[in-house]
Design a protein around this ligand. Structure first.
Ligand SMILES: Nc1nc2c(c(=O)[nH]1)N[C@H]1C(S)=C(S)[C@@H](COP(=O)(O)O)O[C@H]1N2
Ligand SMILES: [Mo]
Length: 187
């Protein structure tokens, strides 16, 4: 479906799902995989794969905008909301940002305010199917309101912080606000 009102300026809609990342797709072993929550929280924790999959999951439809210019509308993601994990972790009063870290060293970070939105998910499924490894299986972040370099693949944990730690692309000159509607591509 073509819905021009949902395509931000300078973007083109695509119906396929391009694969884009730096480095190689990491190996996944459900017996050794874990998800770590650390930093400015009252309850630091480590979830096994089995434990993570038992958290309250939701389905949420949202759009995906890559800074290189493609947009994919109406993806139905399945996973756990960021705010569900924050509820368990209990960020301290000092916590204002979170860094999402991934297998292979990729990172991104956002103000907690943005991450607490209902559409921010740690997802394992899209449109009724399990994500492929290339698209981030077993777990990727989705931050639909931001350019997709904030939607980190192969996520292994969250670090709540008082000050923002710039992410991989943000350190390399991409906009830290990353708002597709105002074309925050570069600073
Ligand atoms: N771990 C990791 N996550 C990543 C990236 C990456 O290089 N490494 N690239 C980002 C960028 S720039 C984009 S556009 C999307 C692409 O996601 P896709 O390959 O599922 O389309 O992943 C994001 N997440
Ligand atoms: Mo991207």
């Amino acid at each position: 479906m073509n819905d021009k009102s949902k395509i931000p300026p300078g973007q083109k809609q695509t119906d396929n799902f391009p694969v884009l990342h730096v480095g190689k797709v990491p190996e996944f072993d459900p017996r050794t995989w874990y998800f770590k929550v650390e930093g400015e929280v009252e309850n630091p924790s480590v979830f096994s794969y089995e434990e993570f999959k038992k958290l309250d999951a939701v389905k949420d439809k949202s759009d995906f905008h890559c800074v290189t210019g493609f947009s994919i509308l109406d993806n139905v993601w399945e996973g756990v909301r960021f705010k569900e994990i924050a509820k368990l972790a209990k960020p301290t009063k000092k916590a204002k940002f979170a860094t999402i870290f991934c297998d292979g060293g990729y990172t991104t970070s956002l103000p907690l305010q943005d991450l607490m939105d209902d559409d921010v998910l740690f997802a394992w499924g899209r449109n009724g199917e399990e994500l492929t490894p290339e698209h981030g299986f077993p777990l990727r972040l989705l931050v639909p309101k931001k350019y997709a370099y904030k939607s980190a693949k192969w996520v292994r944990g969250i670090r709540f912080t008082e000050k923002q730690e710039l992410g991989y692309w943000e350190q390399r000159g991409y906009s830290n606000t990353a708002d597709p509607w105002t074309e925050d591509r570069y600073p």
